[in-house]
Design a protein around this ligand. Sequence first.
Ligand code: ATP
Ligand code: MG
Length: 395
Amino acid sequence: MRHIVRGRRHHGGLLIDRRQEVCKHMATETPTAAALRETLRAVIDPASGKDIVSAGLVDGIELRDGLVQVALLTDRAHAAAMEQVCRTVEDLLAGQPGITNATAVLTAHKAPPPPAPAAGHGHGQKPPLLLPEVTSIVAVASGKGGVGKSTVAVNLAVALARQGHRVGLLDADIYGPSLPRMLGLNRKPEVREDKMIPLQAWGVACMSIGFLVDEETPMIWRGPMVMGALEQMMAQVAWGALDILVVDMPPGTGDAQLTMAQRVALTGAVIVSTPQDIALIDARRGVRMFERTRVPVLGLIENMSFFTCPNCGHTSHIFGHGGARLEAQRLGTEFLGEVPLLLDIRTAADAGTPIVAAAPDSEAAKAFSAIAAKVWEKVAGATVARSSGPRIVIE
Ligand SMILES: Nc1ncnc2c1ncn2[C@@H]1O[C@H](COP(=O)(O)OP(=O)(O)OP(=O)(O)O)[C@@H](O)[C@H]1O
Ligand SMILES: [Mg+2]
């Protein structure tokens, strides 16, 4: 007997047959949100051992035209473990008849009231937001790893500095910091009056946990430690007054994303994606995460979009083309531009000089500069709209 094993994925005790997804568009019956809630009883909460419905983790199910979105309650300590649960929920629901797409996002438990409400911040119960001197904060994020977030963040920051803005670059990737290598920085920041002074590179003020911890030291962090380290890199660093802080986010939708959404007035997020379909599905997850935390998504960037042969100049769309543009339309967000797949981008990054600084007139640098100008345009508009005060709310 022949077993078909390809296309099956094993998720936390649930074997989900991907072939169901292939067939799902043929189904005509559309389930109800209540029926989907029942289906979710098959998914186990790793913290309590109960199913996620009985454990009270299903905060909401929204169902429209075969698209389902599930919000799962979590707290800081369990955010990382809940990532897997999100994926299991998505796979399970995507396999149901009548469902064309399923997204699960994490949402935080309502925060307990802080001991002393902050004066002057106009948002009552919440602790004061960090980085009050920074006019706009932009997170460079994606749903999946390795799509080029750090490359985009670094080049975006340098391009913005070249365009005359006061720019900072924060590496929010505590597990796998990229800035030391990509910027060729391995000094420890000076400490003055109890604050670390960011390192300067190409006119950008930079901070990374990699400046503080030896690259060879294995970093084993738990969720709350990640959040603490990230908060310190905002609160205990002398960022000063910046026009824009670019934040290089770690992959996924875990602790760092929650910290950023909760602790600073994020102007918005830009989502990086590669053209492959699967990456786009992950991009969608990144977009939903920020929407759920009420952080505006400024737009989508397609990285490794096309390949131009350095010898003959021929351009090939290796992974297909236009996916991110279409996806941006579908999600109602802007397409901010595409970055070619170029050996020079990688070699420049590996040599510690971002391509925008190493070869400002190159095709790649021009692509990053055009994206930077668009991001600035969006940010300047958002900052005016936001002037009544930060409005990040976690439900
Ligand atoms: N447009 C590009 N052309 C060529 N190489 C690229 C391009 N973008 C990124 N790379 C290379 O791809 C690799 C992954 O990029 P990068 O580290 O920026 O991804 P990431 O999304 O930040 O990854 P992680 O999720 O691990 O943080 C790096 O070696 C980088 O130099
Ligand atoms: Mg990275």
